[in-house]
Design a protein around this ligand. Sequence first.
Ligand SMILES: *Cc1c(COP(=O)(O)O)cnc(C)c1O
Length: 390
Amino acid sequence: MDYFADHIPLLRPWIDEDELNAVAPVLRSGWITQGPKVHEFEKEVGALVGAPHAVAVNSATSALHLAFQVAGLKPGDKVIVPAHTCMATVNGFMLAGGIPVFADIDRRTFNLDIAAVEEVMDGSVQAIALVHQIGLPADLDAFWHFARKHQLILVEDAATAFGARYRDRYLGGHGNPTAYSFHPRKMITTGEGGMVILWDEEQAERARRLRAAGASISDFVRHQAKGVLQQTYPEPGYNYRLTDLQAVIGSAQLRKLPKMLEARAYQADYYTGQLRVVDEVQPPYVPAECSHCFTSYCITIPKGSPEIISRILDDMAADGISCRRGIQPLYREPYFQESHQGMYLPNTEAAAAQTLFLPIFPGLTRLQQDRVVKTLIQAVRKHVPRAMSA
Ligand SMILES: *Cc1c(COP(=O)(O)O)cnc(C)c1O
């Protein structure tokens, strides 16, 4: 009996025989850590997004760390970043010595707002962590020009946005170092995993060394050479390796990507259509130059508050539907409380107080979506104060 038969989860990775069948030969081969399958997976992703170098690692956090380090971020350098993101974005560049400078987001896209970034810009800023939040590309053109003008390192955090497109190119294909996550919460998954896209040969070589203890030659190449090659260590590194076991799962997931994108676009469209009749709910906004990959489907309740969102979440949970409150401002995390006391970014605060995520994942049925919509509308009508006009 399926205990969760009647439960609608927020998300569920799409794993089937494809992944199971991919893993068995790797286990039998005897080479299970980083090896030829990781190399193949990197080639596939690079070809898909149209980028010259793709370096697979064990998480997007690691990918961000490597991206900032090889791009030349130095300890003490300031990095502009939205506060409307998870700690991992900030962890990524703080590991490379960066210090966050939080800037506000655009009210409609929930991504960094160029005007807000100009406000916090000063001579000590060396980089931007441009987050493409919950599957929607940020305003890349504006930030590319801004970064060029001020000679800043521009790193794209596309952890949640693998498969999203900006001006008809996949994120990662726009010339900047870019990080993806393959955590089950994201678009495609390898259990844990990530990848960094790089455009400079030397930076890519360095990232490959850094992910594997700093060694000049990978385990697999050394093994193939039967011990004739001796690796050296030009600098200390990390253990950020992805395994061949994970890479074949990634390749199998990649073959499903078109279907995943299609399923999510279809589901998002359906929610948006069904929710159009409810004035209290705003569906996600997608600028014309972007395609959203809908890793999450985020609604806004303009009259919402943390308490109202709590009540809606409770009603959804009572009907067996898992939803989630929107992203909370990072500057309120205990780590930043002292250094950022009193900080208040209005659009970041509004997003935190008024948004929630609905279930979306390949395999979510029309019937389940109808139930989500019905329960949501009831909860909203019950808990959100009606407009006084009309
Ligand atoms: C999930 C996430 C990350 C971190 O990904 P991991 O693979 O778990 O390290 C970084 N940035 C954003 C925006 C994310 O959503």
